[in-house]
Ligand binder design. Structure first.
Ligand code: ATP
Ligand code: MG
Ligand code: MG
Length: 554
């Protein structure tokens, strides 16, 4: 039995299993359109569909919903496959393409014509729109609605044969132009598009519409529970209508179940809008670490586990709601806190000089790789006379509650000694060039003397001769508006100008060997990942995944 929290879809499945509705089968699918890269919203659907299949001993299909050749590309198919795998899911042999069903879909369409359930409409798109009516006004029948079966079949076959230009005819379902549900007012099933398809080449110049294709694909694959987002609730009667008309042809009739889509603050959640960010060069590409695409989150340092944790934590419901960005960030913090090794980096260096340390003196200190996992061991950190510390660990005039370094104050140099700040060296403009201190040799961490004297501040440091400068990218939220994509706003006007800062920071020697995608906690700074594209042997580039705590103050 699943240990994950229950939700209404689980209840439906458990009830179906109890009544034997599907003979215990649970078969779901994730059906992306290959017209862009997946985003965090898709991750919710992936985790839900694949997760249910795992929990109920079922199967989840990966199906490309590729019926729109103008917008779709093979490179997106490949990238989507990689992203779903990266998230940790496996469809086994169940990889499908809606385009594989084009022949069957066509045959079913001819069948609908012979059943007097579909007709060829030769109205223009505008005319069709006008006759469709509105929410308050019923639609009107098209003048072509009563064409004979023979004429319909003839026209439809000639549409397929390429005799007509785009937009001249469509095939429509014959349902009810007066239906209160606009989706049932004779929806278009096929349109003419003289566009080659990435998989079927120029075999077809008519392509089936989503509402017609989707339910049939589900039924052909013997899907049991077809999960989709709430916008499709009004399409369910059409889903069921199509399958009811085809019950002689396809036995199964999957159940469409709607759930609330993920809405996340400080982000835009649609491929079309993410494309705008890329095409307007507002980000560096689909995998820019600030993008909420899965390839962007990956490059940012998010782990598959953290995203699965997020999907579990936000739950599944029927009510639309907003999830705060902090929920996502906390998931990666939680995961990396447990799994990332600790390292030291100084991001904004200022010199600290220990005056009572000899010029050539060197002392080895030991830093644990993980405070809660002693089995991961320790690393050697070299203490020398001249060190880097982070500039904000010093205040010349300490404000109330500041317990780090200040003139006359004492702090512990982490894993080393207590030092006392003695004097400063400044340039003519008053900028601090050097901070001088003395150390107390009786206070080394891990020795008896360390416990005799307590200081409140505990700061990290690196030896200037045992550290290396590297590029570090400090990323923050891409938008500074919690709802950048609300009506009446252009999300492109809400970009956070401080969403990326590129700096040179100093890292401890062990970090030089960081492998692409290796993740660390830089002590007291946050979680960082070696960039998977730009990291070279012995020359890592780090991306900040997130700070240690939520510090968002915009
Ligand atoms: P987009 O507008 O971003 O392109 P889409 O729904 O058109 O989204 P598809 O590729 O058709 O993109 O989506 C594949 C699956 O992912 C669908 O089943 C869809 O319901 C689901 N999905 C897309 N966005 C979200 C979201 N924000 N939350 C949950 N599921 C989503
Ligand atoms: Mg879609
Ligand atoms: Mg869309």
């Amino acid at each position: 039995t699943p240990s994950t929290p229950s939700h209404f879809i689980r209840s439906i499945i458990e009830e179906d299993n109890r009544t034997g509705k599907w003979n215990g089968r649970v078969e779901t699918r994730f059906p992306p359109e290959p017209n862009g890269h997946l985003h965090i919203g898709h991750a919710k659907s992936i985790c839900l569909n694949f997760g249910l299949a795992l929990d109920y001993n079922g199967i989840c299909h990966l199906r490309f919903d590729d019926t729109n050749p103008e917008k779709e590309e093979q490179k997106y198919v490949d990238a989507i496959i990689e992203s779903v795998r990266w998230l940790g899911f496996d469809w086994g042999e169940h990889l499908y393409y809606a385009s594989d069903y084009f022949d069957q879909l066509y045959e079913f369409a001819e069948y609908l014509i012979t059943q007097n359930k579909a007709y060829v409409d030769s109205s223009t798109a505008d005319e069709i729109r006008q006759l469709r009516g509105t929410l308050t006004e019923p639609g009107k029948n098209s003048p072509y609605r009563d064409r004979s079966t023979t004429e319909n079949l003839d026209l439809f076959r000639r549409m397929r044969a390429g005799e007509f230009p785009d937009g001249t005819h469509v095939l429509r379902a014959k349902i009810d132009m007066a239906s209160p549900n606009i989706n049932l007012r004779d929806p278009v099933l096929y349109r003419i598009r003289h566009v080659p398809h990435q998989r079927t080449g120029d075999k077809w110049c008519i392509y089936p519409m989503y509402d017609y294709t989707h339910c049939i694909s589900d039924a052909l694959e013997r899907i049991t529970h077809s999960l989709c987002t709430l916008e499709f609730e009004d399409h369910r009667p059409l889903y069921d209508w199509v399958l009811d008309q085809l019950s002689e042809k396809i036995p199964g009739h999957p159940q469409q179940i709607e759930f609330a889509r993920l809405n996340l603050t400080y982000s835009v959640m649609s491929k079309r809008k993410l494309i705008e960010l890329v095409e307007n060069r507002l980000v560096d590409g689909w995998d820019d670490p600030r993008m909420n695409t899965l390839i962007g989150l990956r490059r940012r340092g998010y782990t598959p586990r953290s995203i699965r944790l997020f999907a579990e934590r936000i739950g599944v419901s029927k009510a639309d709601s907003w999830i705060d960005m902090t929920v996502l960030e906390d998931c990666v913090r939680e995961d990396l806190n447990e799994h990332a090794q600790r390292r030291i980096a100084v991001l904004d260096p200022v010199l600290l000089i220990i005056d009572n340390f000899a010029e050539d003196q060197e002392e080895i200190c030991y830093a644990p790789n993980h405070p809660k996992k002693p089995e991961l061991g320790k690393r050697e950190i070299h203490l020398t006379k001249q060190l880097y510390i982070d500039r904000d660990d010093f205040m010349e005039i300490p404000k109330k509650g500041f317990f780090r370094l200040a003139p006359g104050a004492e702090v512990r140099l982490r894993y080393a000694y207590i030092v006392k700040c003695t004097y400063l060296v400044k340039d003519e403009q008053g900028n601090i060039l050097e901070i001088h201190c003395t150390y107390d040799p009786d206070t080394k961490s891990g020795t008896a003397g360390a416990t005799t004297r307590k200081v409140r501040g505990n700061i990290h440091w690196l030896s200037t001769t045992h550290s290396h400068p590297v590029e570090i990218r400090l990323y923050d939220r891409l938008f500074n508006d919690s709802h950048p994509d609300t009506e009446g706003k252009d999300f492109k006007n809400s970009l956070n100008p401080d969403s990326r800062k590129i700096i040179t920071g100093y890292i401890e020697p062990s970090l030089l060997k960081a492998q692409a995608e290796e993740r660390f906690q830089f002590e007291r700074h946050g979680y960082f990942v070696a960039d998977r594209i730009d990291t070279k042997p012995n020359q890592p580039v780090f991306n900040r995944t997130t700070s240690l705590r939520n510090t968002w103050v915009k």
